[in-house]
Design a protein around this ligand. Structure first.
Ligand code: C5P
Length: 235
């Protein structure tokens, strides 16, 4: 059994990414390749994650391509089409790009869950106001999540503190994904607002993005196994 965890493979190089994917994929549902790794290594990073999971016997592993696209609809559709051959299970776009942009991404990749990022957890209410976005951030996140789902997004990235309100506003088949998750007692690093895996799931999250508490451990595989064993069964 795997846990509803997307391991953030924010690795300094491809061999490290492969090792993390190999060690953790037996215990988690999803492997996340982010912007930094993709800018450096491109498609090879996704291939390396998938190959490592296969070698580990984890052919269930889903690929989460976290590129947070945000541009005019034609450009986002082009970028989404450009990663079609990688068959990502999830591809992120910024909900703030608007409904046409989200719809364009969904049309370009019908077999991928276009995943809308609501409000970056690095933005607080005063920054939101300074960039002209109507807050408070909880209201803005719910508003953007509903807009994104109506436009064709099938998953939403939000803070664990917003997940209950968004769960109440969108249907059950929408996958809610929360970063900023830390096991009790783990270091928070640069995450400002954190929740434990148990509380994020209880609030309605379907998939937990967890990076450094796993990849920074002496044994990422053991850390992933311990997290899986501590979690209640997925929703
Ligand atoms: O190491 P850590 O668990 O903080 O990693 C979290 C991952 O989730 C990173 O890859 C980060 O880019 C991503 N993320 C985040 N906050 C968001 C969206 C994505 O931390 N709002």
């Amino acid at each position: 059994m795997t846990a509803p965890i997307a391991v953030a493979l924010d690795a300094p190089d491809l061999p490290t990414l492969s090792r993390w994917a190999f060690e953790t994929s037996p215990f988690v549902s999803t492997l996340k390749v982010g912007l930094e790794v993709f800018c450096r290594d491109g498609a090879a990073a996704v291939q390396a994650a998938r190959d490592a999971a296969m070698r580990a016997g984890a052919d269930h592993a889903r690929i989460f391509l976290d590129l947070k696209l945000h541009d005019i609809p034609a450009t986002v559709a082009g970028a989404a089409s450009a990663v079609r051959d990688l068959h990502p299970d999830y591809l992120t776009v910024h909900a703030a790009g608007g409904p046409e942009m989200i719809a364009a991404a969904a049309r370009a990749l019908p077999d991928t869950r276009i995943t809308a990022v609501t409000i970056l957890t690095s933005l607080d209410d005063s920054v939101l106001e300074s960039i002209g976005m109507r807050g408070p951030s909880l209201d803005a996140a719910v508003r953007l999540a509903v807009l994104a789902v109506e436009a064709g997004a099938r998953a939403i990235v939000c803070s664990p503190l917003e997940v209950a309100a968004i769960r109440a506003a969108v249907s059950d088949d929408i996958t809610l994904i929360t970063p900023g998750v830390r096991p009790a007692g783990a270091g928070v690093q640069d995450q400002k607002r954190v929740a434990t895996p148990e509380s994020a799931l209880a609030a309605g999250a379907d998939l937990l993005v967890i990076g450094r508490p796993i990849t920074g451990a002496a044994s990422p595989g053991e850390a992933a196994r311990e997290l899986r064993d501590a979690l209640p069964a997925a929703r």
